[in-house]
Structures are given as C-alpha cells and as structure tokens.
Write a protein that binds this ligand. Structure first.
Ligand code: XMP
Length: 172
C-alpha cells in the first residue's frame, strides 16, 4: 500500500531533541525510568533516550487490548512477563501514539499500582478527534489529523515499522 509522507526524519529528530532537553530539565536529580510500550514506541525510545544526558533507566511494557464481543468497550491486558520494577521511581511512560487514550490511561494506573513514585506520559504522536479517556500527555511530539499512520515504529499488520518517517497509509 502507498504511504504518504506526513512527518519527515529531520523534523522528528529535531522534535525529539527538544523533548529530550525538556525531560532533562524536569528530571534532573530524580530517579527516572522511561517505560516504553511495545512495540510501536521502540524507535522513538531509541532516538529519544540518546538525546537525554541525565541518568535514567529503561524498561518495557507490553499490553494488548481486546474488544468485547457484544460491546465496543475494550479491555487492556498487561503482559506480566515484562513487569518493570518501578517501585520508588519517577516513571515517564512512552507510547507511539495517543488515539482514544485508553492504553495510556490504563497503563498510568497500572504503573502507579506497581509502586511508581510518579507517572508522567510522553507520546510521539497525538491524533485529534478520537480521544475518549481524558488524559493530557506531559510531552507530545506532534499533533496529527485523524488518519491511520505508519512508520517510525508504527505498523499496519506488523509491517512498515522500519520506515524512518511517519506517513499516512493510503488505499493503493
Ligand atoms: P489508544 O486508542 O489506546 O491507542 O490511545 C493507542 C494504540 O493504538 C494503536 N494505534 C495506531 N497504530 N497507526 C498505528 O500504527 C495509527 O494510526 C494508530 N492509532 C492507534 C497504537 O498501537 C497505539 O499504541
């Protein structure tokens, strides 16, 4: 399928650099753990952490959402195999995209329940017009229109993640 360029590599690099500076200022002398949500945020994680020059730890989380058979409600199931140790840590939860907000909303509560000292959120992309859960990301790369995007970690059927830019997936 065709992919139409939305955000190119250099804009992403520049924006992650600015987010990195902000994170450095906010977490200086704090026990920072960046918890990245698999798999979509892996590329952003790798590029973002290399822009942050204060001590930090990296952890990963995996969660899958299941839609009820008879309702539109979704349930998020966290894969306990990862179970990051966040007790007493200031956690920055990183995801690729904020869409309805259900994933981030549930994972913030999950990390607090696991003993994090604080939990803030960072997303590379925020889609407008689809949010259900009222959550404001503390750090946001780009606000994008309501379109299905791929690249830079984001997938369609587990493909396109390796594209070095974010693009809109077309029909042809
Ligand atoms: P919610 O709705 O919980 O969704 O905020 C967050 C998760 O949904 C996936 N998602 C997308 N993945 N292109 C993708 O490749 C998209 O346009 C898109 N919109 C939502 C993604 O896994 C994200 O973590």
């Amino acid at each position: 399928m065709a992919v139409e360029l939305l955000i190119d590599e250099s804009r992403i690099r520049e924006r992650l650099g600015a987010m990195g500076r902000q994170i450095e200022d906010d977490y200086r002398d704090k026990p920072l753990t960046i918890v990245a949500v698999l798999t979509g945020s892996l590329i952003a994680l790798a590029d973002l952490v290399r822009q942050i020059r204060i001590p930090l730890r990296i952890a990963l989380l995996q969660a899958s959402s299941y839609r009820g058979a008879t309702t539109a409600a979704t349930t998020l199931v966290v894969n306990e195999a990862f179970a990051p140790d966040v007790v007493g840590r200031d956690v920055l939860l990183l995801d690729d995209i904020l869409d309805t907000g259900q994933t981030l909303g549930a994972l913030v509560e999950h990390l607090k329940d696991r003993g994090a000292r604080s939990v803030r959120t960072a997303v590379l992309l925020r889609k407008i017009g689809r949010q259900i859960v009222p959550i404001e990301p503390d750090y946001c790369g780009f606000v994008i229109p309501d379109a299905f995007v791929v690249g830079y970690g984001l997938d369609y059927n587990d493909e396109y993640r390796h594209l070095p830019y974010v693009g809109v997936l077309g029909d042809s």
